[in-house]
Design a protein around this ligand. Structure first.
Ligand SMILES: Cc1cc2nc3c(=O)[nH]c(=O)nc-3n(C[C@H](O)[C@H](O)[C@H](O)COP(=O)(O)OP(=O)(O)OC[C@H]3O[C@@H](n4cnc5c(N)ncnc54)[C@H](O)[C@@H]3O)c2cc1C
Length: 271
């Protein structure tokens, strides 16, 4: 294991690859049997293989921060996930660090589409976004209690993902970055890792065939999760009579049955 190396380039041959990586000012080339690019939505490995594929901006921005639970009323400290839905925005909050802090994620619609990783978010801007009176006092109080915000423009890769070729594979967000509205991006990356390991284990002598099987086992699954995430976001952000219909449906169906609608996500078995 080499830590702190930056992948730069790969050359593929019939029987393997040469990986070019940088550590500080030194550049190294290393032969390998295969390369798995697990380098996130802005993947350099994917860019090498599919220079035409660009992550697409979703029109949504995620703001993330956390609040000191001891400074909040007791109702916020319960061991549960809370979700507020409103026109073009929603807020998710849940305890972390053994209940000492509350993690807050606020998703808003917007034009800020800076590519890359997170950036600091302006407290006044987020407070303003959630100031309209249709947001309950509890939700506004939670937004006000967060001490520091980071924001991410949310980008995705097309449904079904883009995959590798020959002895180079892609995994996780590098292949199929998705919207976070069913909380499955990391989940799918972990599943990918388990499945690619299984395929390599079973097909040790033919890495190309093992990677092809991995893609076959994963593509339709991640496509369905990507679509579900997108639809869920649209439902969360409904307005007017559509929002009213959504709320009635939730009341009618109940929490347990709503959760059961996602059983297909959690009960999946590869192969
Ligand atoms: C607001 C928000 C909320 C989310 N909530 C959830 C959730 O509740 N549940 C869930 O499952 N998922 C969630 N996700 C998605 C989750 O964060 C991602 O899907 C997950 O981190 C993807 O994992 P990954 O390993 O594929 O990529 P990443 O976590 O992006 O890791 C990629 C790594 O590659 C490194 N890297 C990049 N380029 C290079 C290079 N050239 N050389 C070497 N290394 C490189 C990066 O430094 C990074 O460490 C959320 C995402 C967002 C934005």
């Amino acid at each position: 294991m080499r830590l702190g190396c930056q992948f730069e380039d790969v050359a593929s041959y019939a029987k393997g690859v040469t990986v070019v990586q940088r550590k500080g000012s030194s550049r190294q080339q290393e032969p390998a049997l295969a390369l798995i690019g697990a380098d996130g939505v802005w993947s350099t490995v994917r860019h090498q293989m599919h220079p035409d594929v660009q992550p697409q901006f979703s029109g949504r921005i995620a703001w993330r921060g956390s609040a000191d639970a001891s400074q909040l009323p007791r109702e916020f400290n319960a061991n549960r996930v809370q979700l507020w839905m409103g026109p073009n925005a929603h807020i998710v909050a849940y305890p972390m660090k053994d209940g000492r802090r509350i993690n807050v994620v606020a998703i808003v619609t917007g034009q800020w589409d800076r590519p890359g990783w997170s950036e600091p978010g302006d407290i006044a801007e987020i407070a303003d976004l959630f100031s309209p009176p249709h947001w309950p006092i509890a939700a506004r109080m939670l937004i006000g209690a967060v001490e520091g915000w980071s924001k991410w423009a949310l980008f995705g890769i097309k449904d079904g993902g883009v995959w590798g070729n020959g002895t180079v594979a892609l995994l996780g967000d590098a292949s199929h970055a998705m919207l976070p509205f069913v909380a499955q991006g990391a989940g799918m990356a972990i599943e990918d890792a388990a499945v690619v390991a299984m395929c390599l284990q079973e097909g040790k002598d033919n890495v190309t065939a093992a990677f092809a099987r991995y893609e076959k086992l994963r593509a339709s699954r991640v496509a369905r999760v990507q679509r579900t995430a997108r639809t869920t976001g649209e439902i969360y952000h409904l307005r007017g009579p559509f929002a009213f219909g959504r709320d009635q449906f939730i009341r009618l169906v109940g929490g347990r049955n709503l959760l059961a609608r996602q059983n297909w996500i959690y009960n999946w078995r590869a192969g």
